[in-house]
Structures are given as C-alpha cells and as structure tokens.
Design a protein around this ligand. Structure first.
Ligand SMILES: Cc1ncc(COP(=O)(O)O)c(C=O)c1O
Length: 482
C-alpha cells in the first residue's frame, strides 16, 4: 500500500526544457498534511472540524480504493457511507480514471457551447434505454440542480405552480430543492422559500389525493425510498401515487438521486414498485464519484414544452453541464456497473445483510427495526423493554433526540474501522450506504462489528450513557447530508 494522499496516477509529464519543475499535487498534499484541520478551521467550516474532532473522526484519510478508506497510519476502513452514495462502483475505479485521463489527453472540444457533445448524446441514449417510457435528458452538475430543473420543467409544462413533497424528504439544499425539504433544521432561517409548496405524510395516499384535488399542483416530488430514515413505502404506494398524479394532471417526479444507478438492487428503485414516473432525477453515483453530475430524464412532451422555440432553446441550462469529464465518467461508470454485475451484487449482498441484521434485531432489544433494499439499509434503534436499558435510553433521548444512533456509529468507527452515519436529525437509525462492490468478507466484517457493538451497548449501558453525555455537552448534531 502506498501512502500517496492523491490516489490517481500521479505521474508527471517530464518538464519541458526551460520550464521550472512544479511541485506535484502529491508532494503538496504531503507537505501540508499536518495543517489539514487547521486550514479548514481557518478558511472553511470550523464547526465541521469540531464535529470530526469530538467524535474522533479526525484520522486523516489519505487514500481510497474500492469500498475502503485508509488513514494516515495505514489502517483500513470499510466505508458504508460511500461519500453519501456517490462511490457505488467503489473509490478510484481504474476504468473511470482511465476514461478521465483519455478525455484530458484527447484535446476534446469540451464545452464549445455553440455545438453539441457526442458523449452527452450517447450518455442520454444509454440512460433512456433503461427508462424506455422517457425520451429526453437534461444534464446538470449536482443532484439539487437536477431537482431544480424538474421543478422548473413541471411548472412550465403544466402551467401550475404547486409542488407537493413528503415529510422527512431530502432533495438538496438550493432554494427550490430546500423548499421541498421535510426537515426544519435545514430550512430554518433561510426563508422565504419557494411559494406554493406543500408537505404531506410519506406513504399516505389519502393525504396525496387531498393535496392534488384542487388541480393546482404541478408535481409530486418523492424519493421512492427516503434517505432520511431509510423509509420504504407500502408496495402499492408509488403506483397509487402515479395513478393519482395522472388523474389530477400532476407530474410524478421520482428523486432517484440516492436510490438510483443500482443502489437498491435494480437500476431504479421505482422498478421494485412497477412505476413509470414522468420525470426521473439522478446524480451521485452516476459519474462514479469523480465528476459532479446530475440529470433530469423526462417525457418528450414536458421537455418540448419548455424548449419550444429557437429563442427559448437556452431557457434553462448551466455552463458546465454536459462537460466531457462528467459525461465520460458516467459512460465508464455504466460500463463498470454492467460488466461487474454490480446491481446483482447489490441485491445479493443486501439480502444477506438484511437477513443477518434482522436476526440481530430478534436478539437485541435495542434494535427496533431493520429495513432496506440492496445496498441501502437502515438499522433503527428504539426504546428497550428492560428497566435498566430503558432508563439509559430515556436519559439519552432527553439529552438529545436520536443520539443513540451516533453512539453506535462511534465504536463502529473507532473499534471496528467501519464508517456509518445516522440517517437523519433526531433519528435513531444508522444507515448503510456502501459501494455495490461489497464482498462476502466485507459482509462478515459488518455483521461481526454490529454484533459486538450492539452487544456491548446492552452489556454496559453506563458506558454508552457517559459517551452520550459527553456528546450532548458538545451539542453534537450528526451531519446528515446523504
Ligand atoms: C434523494 C436526494 N435528492 C437530492 C440530493 C441532493 O444532491 P446534491 O447533494 O448532489 O445536490 C440528495 C443528496 O443527498 C439526495 O439524497
């Protein structure tokens, strides 16, 4: 194992005659390594550095490969967050790296703007082949940006202004997407947000019908499986929602930014539910984690309404969208997913983990539920029955709601080198969102570690309580971007 902080091929082109030899990025990163937290505290987000230090996550990762991260001491970690879901094919996949190097070497006419890109055309064709009921692709640079496009397209195409979203939803943090956020902590203080947005309960068709009846809603925007909490709807919810949308002239928008590109054991999570949304939004894993990307895939009539005349041909867009790096990375990522059978692997390893974690739920009273599909799994903790444990649980809840999950994540990281995250503010659920490349050995690593950490929480609740108090004193709220 090398200790190079930048894992891409760091070979430099030989210096040309007369050209000063430049310090390589690897050398730069090594030289300044000791300052990484100080630099961030000074020039970026100091509070985030404080969070990392308080929970002991300040180990300084210097390398990533596949499903693993390596810290500066050389220790290997199993990353069950995969960069909030972007590294579905694993970190630094050589095929994606090679595609990016090929683009850089090709002197492509990238972003000529008054032209169209072949790579973008081919990527759109490949994505739409997976969704034969859709016809058009709009590329963006992030998930939130793709959601913004969906909101604008839905409003323009329907001539309506209303957008309905669900409680506990997460669609990004730009203003339109934030206006559809179902968690007050993200919204508070940033208002006024987009007008005419309405929140309803997830998995509640009556609530949806009540909100659509006025025929003023342009779109119902929903995650097929909610990232915050890993909430899976009843089998007939999404098909029922699609029917209601059709009945009331509302567009059904599936936000597959987290669930898409194979994460749940199908290319799209809506495939589990037999639904064909009017707009599907993807991002995160689509470019293998190496280049920002987002895309809104739509029915032809929606797209054609927005871009209906030559003078409106640039009515929505973004300078960097469709850039060659993102397009090439996404094409290579789709190849990897297909050639390595990663969707099938996500389904198989997901089934294994769900079965073993569910067995743990039977044995441990602090585990109240295990749910998921493929490589998106939630382990929820809840109030135990026995008096001693219950007292601990209540004290922790009083200190900070949902804190218990964080108290499991910490020993998973510290003692077992497993990265997990809590699945939302005030939510005692731990989320597993690993690369789709997990092996049986990785699954065994997860099973062993969860078993030991949860057993310890039952055996020594006072230790959990004391760690909880320390965290509560530091007012740690887990960061839950993914
Ligand atoms: C379901 C969902 N939608 C949208 C987003 C926003 O994506 P981005 O962070 O790329 O803007 C996220 C990010 O976590 C997400 O999980």
């Amino acid at each position: 194992m090398t200790n190079a902080p930048i894992a891409v091929n760091s070979r430099q082109e030989p210096a040309q005659k007369g050209e000063a030899t430049r310090e390589s990025l690897v050398e730069l990163a090594q030289r300044r390594e000791g300052e990484r937290y100080a630099l961030h505290s000074k020039h970026l987000n100091e509070m985030w550095v404080r969070v990392l230090k308080t929970i002991g996550w300040d180990v300084g990762f210097i390398r990533g490969e596949g499903a693993y991260l390596y810290d500066r001491a050389g220790a290997r970690y199993l990353d069950l967050m995969s960069g909030y879901g972007v590294f579905a094919i694993g970190r630094n996949h050589p095929k994606v790296r090679d595609a990016l190097i090929e683009v850089l070497r090709s002197q492509s006419p990238n972003l000529a703007q008054f032209d169209v890109s072949v790579l973008a055309g081919v990527l759109a064709e490949r994505l739409l082949a997976r969704m034969p009921w859709l016809d058009k692709a709009f590329f963006a640079n992030s998930g939130a940006e793709a959601v913004e496009a969906a909101i604008k397209f839905a409003r323009y195409a329907t001539g309506r202004s209303g957008i309905v979203h669900c409680a506990h939803s997460f669609h990004g943090l730009t203003y339109g997407a934030l206006s559809l956020n179902g968690d007050e902590i993200f919204r508070k203080g940033f208002g006024p947000l987009l007008p005419d947005t309405r929140e309803i309960l997830f998995d509640d068709l009556s609530a949806l019908e009540a909100s659509l009846r006025g025929r003023d809603i342009a779109a119902f925007v929903v995650e097929p499986i909610q990232g915050k909490g890993v909430n899976i709807p009843k089998d007939d919810y999404l098909s029922g929602a699609a029917e209601l949308c059709k009945k009331y002239g509302t567009l059904f928008v599936a936000d597959e930014i987290q669930t898409g590109v194979g994460r749940t054991g199908k290319f799209l999570a809506v495939e589990h539910f037999g639904v064909e949304p009017d707009i599907v939004v993807l991002a995160k894993a689509l470019s293998g984690g190496h280049a920002p990307i987002g895309v809104a895939l739509t029915r032809k009539w929606i797209f054609d309404k927005v871009f209906d005349r030559m003078d409106r041909s640039v009515v929505h867009g973004s300078t960097f969208s469709k850039n060659d790096m993102a397009m090439a990375a996404a094409l290579a990522t789709l190849d990897v997913i297909e050639n390595e059978g990663l969707i099938e692997n996500a389904a198989a390893k997901g089934d294994r983990l769900l079965a073993s974690l569910n067995k743990m739920a039977e044995r441990y009273e602090l585990v109240s539920a295990v749910r998921g599909k493929g490589m998106m799994i939630g382990v929820e903790f809840g109030p135990p029955k026995s008096l001693m444990l219950k007292a601990t649980w209540n004290l922790l809840e009083a200190a900070s709601s949902g804190l218990f999950g964080q108290l499991i994540c910490i020993p998973l990281f510290k003692d077992h080198k497993i990265l997990t995250q809590v699945a939302g503010h005030g939510n005692p659920t731990i989320k597993l969102l690993p690369s789709l490349t997990l092996t049986d050995e990785d699954c065994a690593w997860i099973e062993r570690s969860f078993d030991q950490v949860i057993a310890e929480a039952h055996r020594a609740p006072s230790a959990v309580l004391s760690l909880g108090k320390t965290l509560a004193e530091h007012a740690i709220k887990a960061r839950v971007g993914g």
